[in-house]
Design a protein around this ligand. Structure first.
Ligand code: NAD
Length: 477
């Protein structure tokens, strides 16, 4: 089996083809800046063709038996599994993540396909209590139609797959627009997998291209029944505002400033260990990264010392070198944002630089900032870089008050007293809260059901002992 080409082709109506405008852009290896492929700069003409193909294919795809659709998904998964090592390497080169992150990304994508294949063949409706004697009432799940999917660059394969796999499983057809910084692992590879699986023409389409061109065209297309967008708050807000003008359906997965609360009875080694994952996994470039460490004053000095010791032991470099804990940031723009808009202004406002704060090319030293206050960018904004900003408070109530009131996706609370940890977790407003853990079990099995607001509470039950996640060959603790 060959490595996916990165040849700049789009995948529309079952055929690989160049973009209508004939233009391509380079795909760069983030650690070396070497070009490793090209991506087609699709535009509204390509999006139109893809949506048209998806619309045409949808009724007969939905009419297939569920086991038949599940079979396609399993073959899709088999392609990814058969290319596992190549895809892991491709992800490492294209995203700059270390091996453990890349393995997790590809493995989660495969599991997502397998789970969706099973879900496709499960109960597809309910028998309802009749509203009147003599009536029989039923409901059944029906496909939405064409799903447009726009994805970011940080976990390009599995963030696509979490929408692609269930979308296809339930009889929808898909047009995917991957991020321009990771169009091979996030799109071209998936087109090859779909082609290998023999998916009927038009069922799965990939239009690579830039956000304001291909992304905008897909987001605005009236032939898309649901737009599933994962990315920044700024773009999400623009999409939502536009969709509101004619009530187009959108599902948005955006960013936030997540908190990591260390109470005064916390196991400090456990908390500092988890902080490495919470704030530094994939160089802090995940939507669930802890952006704010809120620590009670009695344990603050010990926490800062424990975190700094671990951070200073981390290595930063090309992720293809297995000795590296952190790879490069995704782009110069991202590095400059982290440095110039977060770290430097926070220091200028009075934050204390404990370690880090420097960079070489895209390699940003993991950074610890103390004396961070709520008005600083390091506290306020989503960082998306390897920075641990620490804010000290004098009470549990002050911690809760400080954490709430900012948009966030996932928080953590550390306390040796599980009941106390759970009580504080319940007071924090976030989609997910972990007690004595971070980023736990966020795999394909634990996806939140769409269109519900639900709080999920995860508890770490076994002690964390390893200083960094890369010490564990399984990629986690
Ligand atoms: P981004 O919003 O810049 O780009 C995301 C996608 O949107 C890309 O494919 C891009 O090409 C496209 N896009 C850009 N402008 C567009 C436009 N005008 N119209 C339509 N599409 C457009 O985000 P990013 O920098 O790629 O990703 C980082 C952000 O994603 C962070 O804020 C992070 O928190 C968020 N994120 C959220 C989740 C989640 O599950 N909630 C997961 C990962 C990342």
């Amino acid at each position: 089996m060959t490595t996916p080409a990165g040849d700049g082709q789009l995948y529309i109506d079952g055929t690989f083809r160049p973009p209508a405008g004939g233009r391509t852009g380079p795909v760069l290896e983030k650690a070396t800046n070497v070009q490793i492929g090209t991506y087609g700069l699709g535009d509204d003409v390509d999006v139109e063709a893809a949506v048209r193909a998806a619309r045409a294919a949808q009724p007969s795809w939905a009419a297939l038996g569920a086991p038949e659709r599940a079979g396609y998904l399993r073959r899709f998964a088999a392609y990814l599994a058969g290319h596992f090592d190549e895809l892991v390497r491709q992800s490492m080169r294209e995203t700059g993540g270390v091996r453990a992150k890349a393995e997790d990304e590809v493995a989660t994508s495969i599991r997502q396909l397998e789970i969706s294949a099973v879900q496709a063949t499960e109960n597809a409706g309910d028998l309802l209590p009749p509203y009147k004697a003599g009536k029989l009432s039923m409901s059944r799940a029906v496909p939405l139609g064409v799903i447009g999917i726009i994805t970011p660059w940080n976990y390009p394969m599995n963030l696509a797959m979490r929408a692609v796999a269930p979308g296809l499983a339930f009889g929808n057809t898909v047009v995917l627009k991957p991020a321009e910084l990771t169009p091979i692992i996030g799109g071209q590879v998936l087109a090859r997998a779909a082609n290998y699986a023999g998916l009927p023409a038009g069922v799965f389409n990939v239009v690579t291209g830039d956000g304001p061109a291909a992304g905008h065209a897909l987001a605005e297309h009236r032939g898309v029944d649901l737009l599933d967008f994962t990315g920044s708050r700024a773009v999400g807000l623009a999409i939502a505002a536009s969709a509101a003008t004619d009530l187009r359906a959108v599902r948005l997965e955006l960013g936030g400033s997540n908190a990591f609360v260390v109470l005064d009875d916390a196991d400090i080694d456990l908390a500092a260990s988890a902080a490495m994952i919470a704030s530094l996994e994939f160089q802090g470039q995940t939507c669930i990264s802890a952006s704010r460490h809120v620590v009670l004053c009695d344990v603050a000095d010990r926490y800062i010392e424990a975190v700094t010791r671990r951070v200073e032991a981390l290595t930063v470099g090309d992720p293809l070198n297995p000795d590296m804990d952190l790879g490069p940031l995704i782009s110069e723009a991202q590095r400059d944002r982290v440095h110039r808009e977060i770290v430097a202004p926070s220091i200028a406002m009075g934050a204390k630089l404990i370690t880090g704060g420097t960079y070489d090319r895209l390699f940003y030293r993991p950074t610890v900032l103390a004396d961070v206050t709520a008005d600083m960018p390091a506290f306020r904004d989503e960082i998306f870089g390897p920075v641990i900003p620490i804010t000290v408070v004098d009470s549990e109530d002050a911690a809760v008050e400080l954490v709430n009131g900012h948009p966030m996706l996932m928080n953590s609370v550390f306390s040796r007293d599980l009941i106390r940890g759970l009580a504080v977790a319940e007071r924090l407003q976030a989609g997910e809260v972990h007690v004595n853990d971070a980023h736990a079990r966020h795999g394909a099995e634990n996806q939140m059901p769409a269109f519900t607001k639900r709080q999920w509470i995860g508890v770490q039950r076994t002690p964390l002992t390893l200083p960094t996640w890369t010490s564990d060959p399984a990629g986690r603790r």
